[in-house]
Ligand binder design. Sequence first.
Ligand code: NAP
Length: 496
Amino acid sequence: MAGTGVFEEIIEGQVFKYYTDGEWKKSASGKSVAIINPTTRTTQYKVQACTQEEVNKVIDSSKIAQKQWAKTPLWKRAELLHKAAAILKEHKAPIAECLVKEIAKPAKDSVTEVVRSGDLISYCAEEGVRILGEGKFLVSDSFPGNERTKYCLTSKIPLGVVLAIPPFNYPVNLAVSKIGPALIAGNSLVLKPPTQGAVACLHMVQCFHLAGFPKGLISCVTGKGSEIGDFLTMHPGVNCISFTGGDTGIAISKKAGMVPLQMELGGKDACIVLEDADLDLVAANIIKGGFSYSGQRCTAVKVVLVMESVADLLVEKVNAKVAKLKVGPPEEDCDITPVVSESSANFIEGLAKDAKTKGATFCQEYKRDGNLIWPLLIDNVRPDMRIAWEEPFGPIVPVIRINSIEEGIHHCNASNFGLQGCVFTKDINKAILISDAMETGTVQINSAPARGPDHFPFQGLKDSGIGSQGITNSINMMTKIKSTVINLPTPSYTMG
Ligand code: NAP
């Protein structure tokens, strides 16, 4: 159960504490933030509403701890990360329980998220040892006008304090995808968890605490993003921001100072279906890609662009599968569970109603109970409907019928987003041409978009992000190159 056993010290009374200087503390604000269970729509947990003064102190300790950590041998950093990964996996049950209650993630998927996060931390440790143990050696005479009088040695050095802000939908996994790379690279880490998902994150942080990381190296400040977010992201003590979420990220990039940014934002992933596609495979992937976790995934299939000649058959096959989806509470491992908040459910409903008013075809009856929205395939969507462009982040999938491949590519590229996309065809040559033409960070051929495995590069073009994630890329992003140049009095040529 949450807040019991090894997690007892992270809660006092009804309110979970925040973490700084190796200790769990209550905020001087005396205020708390409620976390609403999306299923019951009542308060499930409470977390501290940290003050700006507390944020200042957290960043000060973080700065001090980082200096020592940067002097800690790489193998020792890796050893501690492996330990944290093992502790996290050992305590997967209570952490998964928090995910079920805070974000209504189906029970089995919640466990999978925690286990995947442990694996991610271990992989960071291994990859860090490999790539941070290497540098470059350059000689000067490859550039015109130079003789071999300069030897340049480069290595990767930490940035300092990394601020990590994950979103609600994978709070643990997207937190560790920032924590692991930051720590192995010698940085300290300040985590601002999403409000929905904060308690799962606090439990995860306790696993790092139990692993024995130095005081101040990891901190976790809680509070509403709208209240402490700007103060954190514009804080002069922060040396790098790794953010995953929605449009908030665009605002952060405009406000943040001269610090490296890693932004993983929204998507409107298109699924282009050609006439020769295996329609059973496509239907299975639309179900998995569009409706898993009720569509609340950045890489969910968010628009199907299908050739008119096979559209009827595809819609029929998808509908048959939609009918089999189990709708209900996350505790019962239902496929479709309540979306994260009432405002989110209202937004999804607004998109569906707009499409209906403008003449789209609902393949199922629209049904909603509280935050629970029944899965809905919307056929005959046209570009004048909001659902053709906006990210619903819910269990509704629009279908646009197209008459040419160019039409599909054009729709995909006209989007502000450019996260992922997918194409279904048996013709690999066409698939490659379409993949090259799609303006997205990744294109999946014959499978739905997906972020994992976690060591694959993952990036969005346009409003979908800045930089690239994936373990190796994140480690590199959280370091800077440092050069030392040895100047020789006379040119020196090996074997010369
Ligand atoms: P969100 O509303 O942008 O929130 C993301 C995080 O930002 C939360 O921790 C939130 O805290 C915090 N925040 C809010 N206002 C802030 C501010 N002014 N300054 C700093 N931080 C602030 O996104 P969400 O609703 O949690 O997640 C859904 C979105 O994330 C979707 O658009 C989805 O596509 C995107 N996403 C992208 C990826 C990717 O890798 N590309 C992966 C997953 C999700 P509070 O919760 O306290 O408000």
